[in-house]
Design a protein around this ligand. Sequence first.
Ligand code: RTP
Length: 133
Amino acid sequence: MEQRAFVMIKPDGVRRGLIGEIVRRFECKGLRVIRAELMQVSRETAQIHYGHLSAKPFFDELVEYITSGPVFAMIVEGCEAVANSRSLIGPTNPQDAPPGTIRGDYGLDVSENVIHGSDSADNAAKEIQLFFK
Ligand code: RTP
């Protein structure tokens, strides 16, 4: 099924110069990047995006991290774009992410895990609206 996903290279990924490598992986997989922007996430947007984690002890640190520098936000389109993006990205904790996944190859620690991808079609629609208005 054709679908859209929201994917965001987080500030650590942008700082480390991984935009090209990560976009290449999505394109090689067969997903199309139909919109992309290097943007600074506001604290307000970060708090909405991570609202489901507001009770967690690491919430303030998470907002600091995601607003610490520009992110590369993308809309990715193609067959089962949500599930296929998640499989390219790998599990949340890079320690659990197998080599060959983006987090497995480029991340070390759960607090800076390089990239975000929507976990459902509903959240994809909400995130696209939030980040691209
Ligand atoms: P994301 O939304 O970024 O794709 O991550 P996810 O669905 O794989 O994981 P989620 O549970 O929604 O967590 C969102 C982000 O919070 C940070 N985190 N830090 N310090 C910690 O224990 C911890 N746990 C999660 C990560 O940046 C994670 O991607």
